[in-house]
Design a protein around this ligand. Structure first.
Ligand SMILES: *[C@@H]1O[C@H](CO)[C@@H](O)[C@H](O)[C@H]1NC(C)=O
Ligand SMILES: *[C@@H]1O[C@H](CO)[C@@H](O)[C@H](O)[C@H]1NC(C)=O
Ligand SMILES: *[C@@H]1O[C@H](CO)[C@@H](O)[C@H](O)[C@H]1NC(C)=O
Ligand SMILES: *[C@@H]1O[C@H](CO)[C@@H](O)[C@H](O)[C@H]1NC(C)=O
Ligand SMILES: *[C@@H]1O[C@H](CO)[C@@H](O)[C@H](O)[C@H]1NC(C)=O
Ligand SMILES: *[C@@H]1O[C@H](CO)[C@@H](O)[C@H](O)[C@H]1NC(C)=O
Length: 729
């Protein structure tokens, strides 16, 4: 279910309920199984010379290719130059593309079908531009709340990341585009990302950080990208873990590519499983410099340092991924020109995607508080003040000189910054426009985008029945600071004087609604201000921002987003912060995110999985049936309020004490739409298999179901458990 709607729903939203806005699958795409693809690949690679095989593993260099990365084409036999393009939320460095919700919002929807549709939409757009390989989805963890690129991924929980990664990949690849699961592995911060070593024990690696990659492999992902950082002292891209875990243990059949310039060697990389070097050149300041692969790899084979069978395997994996996605069959010509982004001749791939972008934006709004049911806004609310620069557009946002890759925060925030953005959205609907077009002439709107003149702010806040104040917090990739913040956030405080702005508005108007656009958790010193009646959390909603928000504020859409991370009361409550050390020991082990708060008995401000609705849901009796390695749970959920809505029913598992797991871990969720009136009960079913019931046993190097008494907790958030049952295995 994509969105839920209340009775007043517009036709747009009724369509959404029926899934009518799903993107149409490209009829030309003929996907193959890995077996079929490998047979075709063997035949083609069998005809290639050593140089040809090496060339298809090697990028052509940077700044000189159509896409952010391209492999060499070969002739006789023929294999095209593959186009690799950023990023995880849509097509970067090109015009006439959609800017949808960020990965973190896809997660916040807790909606499998919506995440799948988002994947289909992105797959269509990459395909339409002739991009063979999407550099996404990202599945690194919000191990720290500050983590600069956390917003590109799906939050702090492995199960949620795994579901979101698999649905995204299935959607993208259904359009014949190869997905890239990234960044493998333990690239959880931007600080010193090229130098630090993430030191992670085997069990934690498997149960947390590897989990979404395992689900990606099961979903048939064509490529995995190794990361910049070291793991246990060895660069991720030349670490034998790539063979041992990805290829042997998970049986990954696609190819491993580097992050841009993450290769450090020829022989060590080749023997440890690296299949493709990107963007190809080794010297970042010399676009045509030689590659660790290319001629160096040919020589390494000739000198006997790398067995030719390894090069055969590299080529086979790349060609098999190409055949698996049916790219031999009418794949569109590449029309991206990343390094001279030019709207002239740009192929328009947006189609009707704005409908889905709007729905996803609304479906991922998290309603954190709603005192006195101030929301949805009522017909009696005759005047509204809209306050803060985050409610507006600014020409700077569209200025490729001053705001390249969104490295600026002068206005409304729809995504973070760096390579993970849609750098040239056609438009952005800011909140002020979304609100104005929703209310028409019926409501008087007063507004200011001034975050500093508190006299003016006070005057405007006082002048209306309702005051809506907007603020944001941004982060992104790399080490170039944006307004003093390098990739990782240095503070969880709102940007652009946000706290003072919120405080001033709340002091002036007893019906204050706070709207936060943010890459992740922030500190909210004003959260308990008596005049703040609602806190609305649209996160990073994409280009339809204002429309999605208005849909929720005015009740056309009943909010159903849930937090994919924990919001703490204080900075010190979080398990850790980005470290400047070059050796980063993941000493918290399994206790990241809400698991840490549970194990230390710290109350969060807003718990993982939290989010309110305009209606109420009752949970009936929980029934559990347990067999050897399968547990079925079923619960009836009822909508007892006045409006239709969707509930995200969450299942947390507690393992037997002997397993030494965190107090409880998410192992299931379902978003269900339920009509109002109390008569409608939805039966929500969960099936836990060996995957969900096991822990990683370091001694036997296998997944094992511990024996003893388990507990199942079903509820509306990690801290709002409604029903409880036990079973013994
Ligand atoms: C491989 O690529 C290089 C460019 O680096 C080119 O000079 C060479 O001709 C290519 N070899 C084959 C066999 O395609
Ligand atoms: C493509 O984008 C360019 C630049 O924004 C714009 O001028 C042009 O009208 C767009 N083309 C279409 C078909 O929308
Ligand atoms: C890293 O080292 C720890 C401790 O020696 C070990 O348990 C773990 O398996 C290593 N991780 C990898 C990815 O090799
Ligand atoms: C990289 O290329 C630059 C020229 O752009 C050159 O000055 C520098 O010495 C090169 N670095 C290495 C390690 O070769
Ligand atoms: C953008 O940058 C140019 C050159 O650096 C500068 O002259 C111009 O004022 C900037 N525009 C804005 C809107 O800041
Ligand atoms: C930095 O922040 C100030 C206000 O806090 C804002 O006016 C300015 O546009 C920001 N600069 C960038 C590059 O985002």
């Amino acid at each position: 279910m994509l969105v839920s709607s209340i009775s007043k729903a517009s036709s747009l939203l009724l369509l959404a309920l029926l899934g009518a806005s799903s993107v149409t699958t490209n009829a030309d795409v003929k996907l193959r199984s890995w077996d079929e693809a490998q047979d075709l690949a063997k035949e083609l690679v069998g005809q290639m010379s050593l140089e040809q095989k090496v060339n298809i593993t090697t990028g052509m260099g940077f700044n000189i290719t159509p896409c952010v990365g391209n492999t060499y084409a070969i002739t006789n036999p023929d294999f095209p130059s593959l186009c690799l393009q950023d990023g995880p939320l849509g097509v970067r460095s090109s015009y006439n593309v959609s800017a949808g919700v960020a990965g973190i919002n896809a997660a916040a929807s807790f909606d499998r079908k919506a995440i799948l549709q988002r994947g289909e939409m992105m797959g269509q757009e990459f395909r339409g531009k002739g991009a063979h390989i999407q550099l996404g989805p990202a599945m690194n963890f919000m191990r720290t709340a500050e983590s600069g690129r956390g917003w590109e991924s799906f939050g702090e929980d492995p199960f949620l990341q795994g579901v979101a990664a698999a649905e995204t990949i299935t959607g993208v690849q259904s359009q014949g585009v190869i997905s890239t699961a990234k960044h493998f592995i333990n690239n959880e911060q931007e600080t010193n990302r090229h130098e630090e070593s993430s030191n992670v024990d085997d069990r934690t690696l498997h149960e947390i950080y590897l989990w979404p990659f395992a689900r990606s492999v099961e979903a048939g992902v064509g490529s995995v990208m190794c990361s910049y950082n070291k793991v246990n002292g060895t660069s991720a891209c030349e670490n034998d873990m790539m063979n041992r875990i990805l290829k042997d243990e998970l049986d990954f059949k696609g190819f491993i590519q580097t992050d841009w310039w993450a290769a450090m060697s020829t022989v060590q990389s080749a023997v440890n499983g690296l299949d493709m070097v990107m963007p190809g050149n080794m010297n970042t300041t010399d676009d045509h410099s030689p590659s660790y692969y290319g001629a160096n790899l040919v020589n390494a084979v000739k000198n006997g340092k790398v067995d030719e069978s390894r090069v055969n395997d590299m080529a086979l994996r790349i060609v098999a991924a190409y055949y698996k996605m049916g790219q031999d069959n009418d794949f569109p010509k590449t029309t991206i020109d990343s390094f001279h982004v030019d709207p002239k001749g740009s192929v328009d791939v947006e189609g009707d995607h704005k409908t889905l972008v709007r729905e996803m934006g609304a479906a991922s709004v998290v309603l954190l508080t709603n005192q006195d049911n101030i929301l949805p806004l009522k017909e009696t609310d005759k005047s509204i003040s809209v306050i803060g620069s985050d409610a507006f557009n600014d020409p700077l946002l569209f200025d490729p000189e001053n705001c390249s890759n969104f490295m600026c925060d002068p206005a409304t925030l729809i995504q973070g910054w760096g390579s993970g953005v849609v750098s040239h959205p056609s438009y952005i609907v800011p909140p002020i426009e979304g609100i104005k077009s929703r209310v028409g002439n019926d409501v008087k709107i007063q507004s200011t985008n001034d975050n500093y003149d508190m006299e003016k702010v006070k005057q405007i806040a006082e002048a209306s029945d309702i005051a809506i104040v907007f603020a944001n917090s941004d982060s992104g990739e790399g080490s170039t600071p944006v307004n003093g913040t390098k990739g990782d956030r240095s503070t969880l405080t709102l940007w652009n004087n946000g706290d003072k702005l919120v405080q001033s508005v709340a002091d002036a108007n007893k019906n204050t609604i706070v709207v936060v656009h943010s890459v992740g958790a922030i500190l909210m010193p004003w959260a308990n201000h008596e005049n703040i009646k609602a806190i609305v959390w649209p996160g990073l909603p994409g280009a339809e921002s204002g429309n999605s928000l208005a849909d929720v504020l005015f009740g056309d859409v009943n909010p159903s987003g849930r937090l994919p991370y924990t919001i703490a009361k204080e900075l010190g409550d979080y398990v850790t912060t980005p470290s400047a050390d070059l050796e980063i020991d993941y000493t918290e082990k399994l206790n990241i995110g809400y698991r840490w708060f549970d194990s230390k008995k710290i109350d969060p401000l807003f718990a993982f999985g939290h989010g309110l609705s305009y209606t109420k849901f009752d949970y009936g009796e929980l029934k559990v049936k347990a067999r050897k390695d399968q547990v079925n749970a079923e619960i009836q959920v009822q909508n007892t309020g006045d409006v239709d809505g969707a509930e995200v029913v969450q299942l947390y598992l507690s393992f037997p004490e002997s397993a030494e797991e965190p107090p409880k871990v998410l192992r299931g969720f379902e978003k269900v739409f339920i009509k109002a009136g109390g008569h409608h009960k939805e039966s929500v079913k969960f099936e836990l298999t060996k995957t969900e019931l096991s822990i990683w046993d370091v001694t036997t190097q296998s997944w094992v179901i511990p024996s003893g008494q388990f507990e199942i907790h079903v509820g509306a958030s990690s801290r709002d458990i409604r029903q409880f049952a036990t079973f013994t295995l």
